[in-house]
Every structure is written in C-alpha cells, then in structure tokens.
Ligand binder design. Sequence first.
Ligand SMILES: [Zn+2]
Length: 168
Amino acid sequence: MKKTAVLFLLAIGFTGIISCAAQQPQDESKNPYYKPSDNSKLNVSNAEWKKILAPKVYDIMREKGTEIANTGPYVHNPKKGIYHCAACGHILFSSDTKFDSGTGWPSFYQPYNSNSVLQAKDNSLGMERDEVVCARCGGHLGHVFDDGPRPTGLRYCMNGYALHFEEK
Ligand SMILES: [Zn+2]
C-alpha cells in the first residue's frame, strides 16, 4: 500500500516536470547556435541539429513536422515580448502582431521585420501552401495564409515548439 502511494507521488512529480517542459522544451545555454544578436546565415546539418534540439523541436524544425493543435506552447500567451527561433535565436515575431486565430497554433499577422523569415512553396499533403522558415537557420516554422486580420490580411500560423519567447 505504502509503495503504491510513493509510486503515485512519483508519477505526479514526473507529470509536473513534463508539463513545465512543454513551455520550455530545451535549454538554450546548451545550444551553441542560439545567438539572437547574430544575423549571419547558418548552414548546420540535420545530424548536428539532432544532437542539440529537443526531439519535438527537431521533428518540426528539421523534418517539417506539425504539432497537434493546442498542444504546443504560446497559443494563448498574453505576455508582451519577442518570439525567437527555437533553434538559432533569430528574432521572428513581436507579441504586438500576435492575434487569437482560434486555430490552436500561435498566429501573427506579420513578421518582426523583412529579415526575419523566408517563404517557400510547399505542395506536400496534397495542399498548396506557403511554408515559412527562419531566415537565419532555415528551420521550418509553419505556414502563411491570406485569411488574417488587418492591416496585412496575413496569418502566420506557427508551431509553438519552433518559437522561443522572451518577455519584454
Ligand atoms: Zn533559426
């Protein structure tokens, strides 16, 4: 009976650790490429990224995965600040352009500046979409659609795990 109680408490503790990890899936101090002030382009192999990025972040950013809606961080983050690339720290979006799209993914109507992201055509899954990648490391972030709010009419639909938020 006692043993069961201990195991139960351990399980609760473990769940707590996991849910904290969902907000901050990896430790930036252990990532030599995470440099918000460095705009030089990166050309890092997937094998190298795999050693650095958390598995979920790697799957999205290097294998073009998509997190299940409402499972990633920052969907309802009300705080003011800057969203960086989770892989390289590049400045991508400001909370000032974040809006509630109701999709379950963090959404913005424009990138931080014209050097933040790049777009590419994506015809996977039988859909024609515009892929959005980090302009510094080329990491996959999500897609952009033209059903966003004013003033741009764009909706940058991002994976929360591809972002790293720094509060202002
Ligand atoms: Zn990046």
